[in-house]
Design a protein around this ligand. Structure first.
Ligand SMILES: *Cc1c(COP(=O)(O)O)cnc(C)c1O
Length: 724
């Protein structure tokens, strides 16, 4: 029972729920406890329960359950307090939560007394907790939820960004503008952790020659406590208060400060809360300074030398690297890092050069920058990439850290990512699985046998569920496209075009991902005439939905988006091509549920994983993707479509071939098979959907991924141990 394991802060959450309950009529008081644990967000009926409080306000509240309970009107509460149907549904969720918190934890090398500590710069648990930007955060959120479902004793640490990640608005030329929205801390479904004196518990983090004070928020993700560090404290000066303001700020000094807070502060927060982790899992390199605080504690506790303390600390750290794109692996001038780490080096009783050297690719070289990934690789006992192919790419990429070792022997393994099925699965497909899969299918979802039952789902029902999910997406997009086009000041005819043309029966293709140039959004329209012919076909049309944010400093990616907008008025596109602003968890969920074909066109080998494709697969979407990231592990020739994943230095030539393959697969394979009907049903298409469900769902579920971490990585399997 993890909630009991980390006692500190549990009472603060309970107190926050009690104070919210005090505002509610007696029969509705259990809603407050439900609101303060995100378990509701992946439990059937949870979303509907809060939405039924007030449909419109639910959207206005950004689906924040605490906020809606503050804002819903008294008459409405009075009405629901005597609605037996509503009260029944509420009690079911409240009982489910209580039961879930009582379930025993799973056995293994991490235990309630010595849990796994998971450190990550971002978490996408739910849109109402906007402390994430994209794939990395979604993966982290999915890991916490699966750990909770499986009873894996795990405590997570991150940062409470007051302004989160940027929101996106495009103008009529397709140029992206960024803005930030304040999070009201009083309405976050979490609580500040206080000490016995009732004041917030704080930790001090050496940042350069200063000490920064952090307070700690606690958020409940099912059974997993998520601790979020926050430097917005009166003891700190203005710039230090800003450290946890924005996720992935451009300013390199603040970024390094964030890494000190997350790594060193994260471990100090665990110490302060009495958590003694068996293993510390760095999810990406941002938290890599954690090893420094672990070593300091070892040294103070056991009177070890620096070298012994460091080695002891290292043997508890495991590291997951996530990006094969060089720019995604932060580096800093060595002198800047030396300044940054001066305070902790003194506390460790060592020279700062000792520490900085571990972040250089060639430790004895001078003038080399310090890399967070290099440092994490050198200071962890094992490391892994996030797909089989990515593991290989990472071995190649980091081989220089192990001079004389062949790249095949570089000690970086892989644990392929997965996605959390209950978070991403649409209700109609969920109902089908409940009906046709064995009882308890969700708990056992990593077992391929469970999914064999997909064969028994009749075509009619599978098609009806897919239709409902597509129709829900099309309704949402029709509405949003009109609003967004109006906001951009577009002509009225264009404003209405998509709302009038989009159809729940038309083959719907989705492309939604971070807009970095290597994702090659431009391939979609690079042969304009061909794409016009495909989308505008009167009998067999295609509609194309696109979303994604470009990093604020990534002008080339922004230019790609603007390039797309140049063609928006073409008659084939005005009604059938929609770019949707502000890609986030909500939009991602709607798109992966509703799209029939999910497209991924990264330049190989730069896609580490591509989890959105997994989410689409669980929902009965089919993949049309370059063989990069997870797709080579899943593609079997009959469960989707593949474009070759070769590495080619001739980018233009490769773009041409890949675009050609994309148009060919879409127009000659996907379109005919979708529109070919027998008794009104696309039987060939549905056969592929079944095949895709059976092959993707068990192996790319977060349950399988977390089981891999628990049994292969957290156990300290000797084979994966990195030599220093
Ligand atoms: C799943 C998800 C991602 C990651 O998807 P990729 O396939 O890696 O591009 C990014 N952002 C959001 C909001 C997601 O839900």
């Amino acid at each position: 029972m993890i909630e009991l394991l980390v006692k500190t802060g549990a009472l603060d959450l309970a107190a926050a729920a009690d104070s919210l309950a005090a505002r509610l009529p007696e029969p509705l008081k259990p809603l407050a406890a439900i609101a303060y644990n995100y378990l509701w967000s992946w439990t059937p009926g949870g979303h509907e329960l809060f939405a039924d409080l007030d449909q419109q306000r639910w959207a206005l509240c950004a689906r924040n359950p605490v906020r809606i309970l503050h804002e819903v009107s008294q008459p409405r509460l009075g009405h629901l307090a005597v609605d037996p149907g509503f009260l029944n549904r509420m009690r079911k969720l409240a009982d489910g939560l209580a039961e879930e918190l009582q379930r025993p934890v799973m056995g293994g090398s991490v235990t309630a007394a010595r849990p796994a500590a998971f450190l990550c710069a971002e978490y996408a648990v739910h849109p109402s907790l906007p402390v994430y930007s994209g794939g990395l955060g979604v993966l982290a959120g999915d890991i916490l939820k699966a750990a909770s479902d499986m009873g894996l004793p795990l405590v997570a640490v991150g940062m409470m960004y007051r302004h989160g990640y940027f929101r996106q608005r495009t103008d009529a030329t397709g140029w992206q503008h960024e803005y930030w929205v304040d999070t009201d801390p009083d309405l976050v479904p979490g609580a500040l952790v206080t000490g016995e004196d009732g004041h917030p518990l704080t930790v001090r983090v050496p940042v350069g020659d200063r000490e920064v004070v952090c307070q700690i928020w606690r958020v409940a993700v099912g059974r997993v406590p998520l601790l979020l560090l926050d430097t917005n404290r009166p003891e700190n000066n203005h710039s230090d208060r800003f450290i946890t303001s924005r996720l992935y700020v451009g300013d390199p000094e603040i970024r390094l400060d964030q890494y000190s807070v997350l790594g060193i502060g994260g471990i100090r927060a665990l110490e302060t809360l009495g958590v003694n982790p068996e293993v510390v899992h760095l999810n990406e390199g941002h938290a890599a300074f954690a090893v420094l605080e672990l070593a300091r504690a070892e040294r103070d506790r056991n009177g070890l030398s620096f070298a012994e303390a460091f080695e002891a600390a290292r043997s508890a750290v495991v590291f997951t690297t996530h990006t094969p794109v060089p720019a995604g692996n932060d580096t800093y001038p060595a002198a800047q890092v030396a300044n940054q780490l001066a305070g902790i080096a003194a506390q460790l009783g060592t020279g700062v050069e000792e520490l900085v050297a571990r972040g250089l690719t060639h430790p004895r070289a001078s003038g080399e920058p310090f890399g967070m990934t290099q440092f994490a690789l050198r200071t962890s006992r094992c490391a892994n990439g996030v797909a089989v192919r990515h593991g290989k790419v990472a071995r190649e990429m980091w081989r220089e850290l192990w001079p004389g070792v062949e790249s095949d022997d570089v000690p970086i393994g892989s644990v392929t990512n997965g996605a959390h099925i209950p978070t991403w699965l649409g209700e109609p497909m969920w109902a089908l699985f409940d009906r046709y899969l064995p009882n308890g299918w969700l708990r056992d979802c990593a077992n391929p046998k469970v999914w064999e039952a997909v064969e028994r789902i009749p075509d009619e029902e599978l098609w009806a569920a897919r239709h409902r999910q597509r129709a829900a997406l099309v309704r949402m997009v029709a509405d949003r496209s009109a609003t967004e086009r109006l906001n951009r000041g577009e002509p009225r005819s264009y404003m209405h075009a998509a709302a009038d043309t989009l159809s729940p029966d038309v083959l719907t293709v989705g492309f939604a991902r971070r807009l970095a140039t290597y994702k090659r959004l431009n391939l979609l329209l690079c042969d304009l005439d061909r794409m016009r012919a495909i989308m505008g076909n009167t009998e067999r049309p295609v509609q194309l939905l696109i979303a994604g944010k470009a990093h604020p400093n990534d002008a080339p990616a922004k230019a790609l988006l603007a390039g797309l907008f140049e063609h928006r008025y073409l008659p084939e596109f005005a009604g059938r091509l929609v770019f949707l602003d502000d890609y986030d968890m909500n939009l991602a969920a709607a798109m992966v549920r509703g799209c029939d074909v999910w497209v991924n066109l990264p330049r190989p080998p730069l896609e580490a994983s591509g989890t959105s494709g997994m989410k689409s697969s669980f929902n009965g979407g089919l993949q049309l993707s370059v063989l990069d990231g997870w797709w080579p592990e899943c593609y079997d020739g009959a469960n989707g479509w593949a474009i070759s994943g070769e590495i080619d230095a001739d980018h233009d030539g490769q773009d041409g071939r890949h675009a050609d393959a994309f148009y060919e697969l879409l127009s000659q394979h996907a379109v005919p098979s979708y529109y070919e009907r027998e008794d009104g049903l696309p039987r060939r298409w549905l056969g592929m959907v079944r095949r895709s469900l059976m092959t993707a769902a068990p192996r790319f579920s977060a349950t399988r991924m977390v089981a891999d971490y628990a049994t292969r990585i957290y156990t300290g399997a000797v084979a994966e141990r990195l030599p220093l």
